[in-house]
Design a protein around this ligand. Sequence first.
Ligand SMILES: N[C@@H](CCC(=O)N[C@@H](CS)C(=O)NCC(=O)O)C(=O)O
Length: 233
Amino acid sequence: MKLFEICAADQDVRFSPFVWRVIMGLHHKGLAFERVPLGFVDLATTLQTEVKTVPVLEDSGEHIADSFEIIKYLERTYPDKPLFLPEELLPETPAGKQAIELNAWASRTVALGIFRLLVKDIHDVQDAENQAFFRATREPRIKKTLEEMHSGRDAIREDVRRSFEPLRDRLAKADYLSGDAPMWFDYTMFGMFQWARICSNYPVLAEGDIIHSWLDRMLDLYGGLGRAAKLAY
Ligand SMILES: N[C@@H](CCC(=O)N[C@@H](CS)C(=O)NCC(=O)O)C(=O)O
């Protein structure tokens, strides 16, 4: 299998939140894969999928885009060591609906919050060509310059931290977001905080936040795979 992902100017710095979900999911299942680093500007010409975002997983000649689709594909194709509760894969059941909602919440609320805090840092880790692409595509989305967003970040950080409350509610009851052991939702959220820690040393989380203890446990999984990731600073 091959996993296509985004890299920084230093190709060993691999920071995509959506890719980290899949990396963890592949390790959870004990599957071997090769990681293929790309810059943002390479995606349109390299990816053989209709959607030109990473992650893209290549498996037996098939190319699958979108992290949630990839994780579900892995579950269907390699059912050992489940990532989902069986009902979570059935979109018409309450558990299936909740999985879709949690995935959307992670991608919208959590990713957007971290993005607003770190957008300039994420820009700075890239090479000049990718920086130009990133600025040209991101500034219209945030309707501000990267520098304006950056200089206002301390003022919005408390709101972003508050938006993580559903994670704290879960972690007050169990070691992992999914219960006693990590499953897909842990990997989904891990991707977000791993992105933040790889791109920046800005404290997204407050000291003493229960999310830190969970993140430490996540960083220790699979021989400390997450902790060993190269940081950009
Ligand atoms: N819904 C997608 C989102 C993936 C995504 O946005 N990936 C970013 C990198 S973190 C990307 O490839 N962006 C390409 C671009 O902006 O041109 C997923 O879950 O895989």
